[in-house]
Design a binder for this molecule. Sequence first.
Ligand code: S3P
Length: 424
Amino acid sequence: MIIRPAKNILGALRLPGDKSISHRYAMLAAIAAGTTRLANFSTGADCASTVACVQQLGCAVRRNQDGTLEIAGREQLQAPASSLDCGNSGSTMRMLSGILAGQNFSCVLHGDESLTRRPMGRIMTPLRLMGAEITAGAGDRPPLHIRGGELRAINYTTPIASAQVKSAVLFAGLFAEGETSVDEPHRTRDHTEQALRAFGVEISRSKNRVTIAGGEKLTSIQAAVPGDISSAAFFMCAAALFPGSNLVIESLLLNPTRASLLDVLKLLGARLSVINLEEHHGELVGTVKIEHSKLTGITIEGAQSVALIDELPVLAAIGPYTRDGIDIRDAKELRVKESDRIALVAKNLRAMGAECEEREDGLRVPGNQKLHGAEIDSGGDHRIAMAFAVAALRAEGESVIHGADSAKISFPEFFEMMESVTER
Ligand code: S3P
């Protein structure tokens, strides 16, 4: 994909449904009584992997003419006839494992080359403590073999702040006897808690501890998935780069555990406003308007790095265009995402002529730098491809994004939509 420099970002957008919420709604629909109907379901390949797995587990899935997705829940999931293909999706493998741990059958989950490099020990440890038998390849990498069955409740303190790990344990908690609780070092996105409540399950939270009782029954829902804020991040960051930008994003997910980007862009100096706030199934949804102003600089660390984990690549990629730069700390999880995102961000910034300092847990990108177009290596990672498509908009000369096709993992429409709001 060739990206030419832009003059402005102008227009109004409505984005496909949030990836995190789509995964959770599809998984809970599978074990809920009745048929769940979902509008604006994520168009990404990752969520399609979840839907395909749910189908392999015996749930009838239908795509209606109006674009809605219907999933018929089952009282008992069926043992899959073959290995469950999670594709590129860590969320599918980790969160679905929580449900599979509570089923009375054995199954195997595998993924693509990137997923096969990702650590699964983080979910294996608590699910084994609950009584599931799980084995994996060398270094706790996929494929996963799960023998589910009777589970016992646990009180688990996660050593790393991960919403996927929290979700796996809470999902398993549905099938365990007694009360299961999860304590997390920093608060992570709470879509699992909101989705469980929407499907009729009682969940309680006290500080960073979430508790669920086993044996609760789920009831199907009808919902429209709010626009994906991690996808919106690319447009918001692009808009923040140009003096004449004016961009509106409607029906956008604004759950406070996901919307830290708005705070960061404000702190950087961007002009932002939010209107039409509503709540649907516990999720805040609204319209965001963003205009340019001069961007200063920021250090992102601690809880903020956890909250912004998926947006850090694009923030780092616009770092050179700020006045004082962007410093990212406490984000070593970036090294075990779909790619080593710290290494790839540093490599691509340097390819564009920028200076940056790579650290084990993050990177410092000095501000006030001029970038030139370059050959970008996405490493087959969707967020790297899209982050550098944004950086390329303000570079001098054309850039080529290699592996741009990876955008389909979360956001197949990205390049087309970016083009539709780009003025040259
Ligand atoms: C996600 C949680 C995060 C995030 C991923 C989606 C989720 O991963 O990076 O894209 O939907 O729960 P971790 O749980 O590994 O932090």
